[in-house]
Design a protein around this ligand. Structure first.
Ligand SMILES: [Mg+2]
Length: 229
């Protein structure tokens, strides 16, 4: 499947972090560091040990947060507030992305493992928030994150989406497996940054040897979407 095969699409779904802004800007690293600091305090562990657990939970549970909730029965509110309290100024609004999203035919959604407030803060900062017909965040999926199947099913039900006419863009390869199984067209956002410090299962992809459930890939979402017109 290529861009030419997307004429039937009437629903455009986007992950947020490292998708609607480039993974090459050092923005998500701030959240990552705050997660480590939170875990270090919450579990009374030195940062280096807290970081190992942070990444273990990410791989095993889909997000670090779900691991904390499953293993420690933690209340998510304080964690979400703490890790998403970051400096947005390193993210620059991209007028090309605004134009590209605005011109897509059909409904547009953000579907994120982050919090509602984070989606709103980042979306507004990027000046694209108003273009979306709906936001589905971790609170909306009962804190059960992608790549698990349940949140995708909740999402398509909530917005009455037919997956056969839907498209999903993501920087996480594993988060595109269920969408493909459901019948969506899938776009992987790749990153030229060196993510080798992240676990292989969860790091943004470098675009080499993409698996079969990925239909298309790009390292520049705005340019790619604009080329559809
Ligand atoms: Mg992401």
């Amino acid at each position: 499947m290529g861009p030419a095969d997307l004429n039937h699409i009437d629903c455009w779904i986007f992950d947020l972090d490292n998708t609607l802004y480039s993974g090459d800007v050092n923005f998500f690293a701030q959240i990552d560091k705050k997660m480590t600091a939170f875990l270090s305090r919450y579990l009374s562990l030195p940062p280096a040990e807290a970081r190992i657990i942070q990444k273990q939970y990410l791989v095993e549970y889909g997000t670090t947060l779900s691991g904390l909730m499953a293993v420690h029965n933690m209340d998510p509110a304080e964690y979400l507030h703490y890790v998403h309290d970051i400096d947005l100024d390193v993210l620059a609004p991209d007028p090309k992305l605004y134009t590209a999203l605005e011109s897509l035919p059909g409904r547009k959604f953000i579907f994120t493992n982050g919090s509602r407030t984070h989606a709103k803060n980042v979306g507004e900062h990027l000046n694209i928030y108003g273009l979306f017909d709906g936001i589905f965040a971790i609170e909306d999926i009962d804190y059960v994150p992608k790549p698990k199947r349940a949140p995708y099913e909740q999402f398509v039900k909530a917005f009455d989406i037919d997956p056969a006419y839907a498209f999903m863009a993501e920087d996480s390869v594993r988060n595109l497996e269920v969408p493909k199984e459901m019948g969506m067209a899938t776009l992987l956002i790749t990153s030229d940054e060196d993510w080798s410090h992240e676990p292989k299962e969860s790091r943004p992809h470098d675009g080499e040897n993409v698996p079969d459930h990925v239909d298309m890939h790009t390292n520049d979402l705005a340019r790619w979407l604009l080329a559809l017109r």
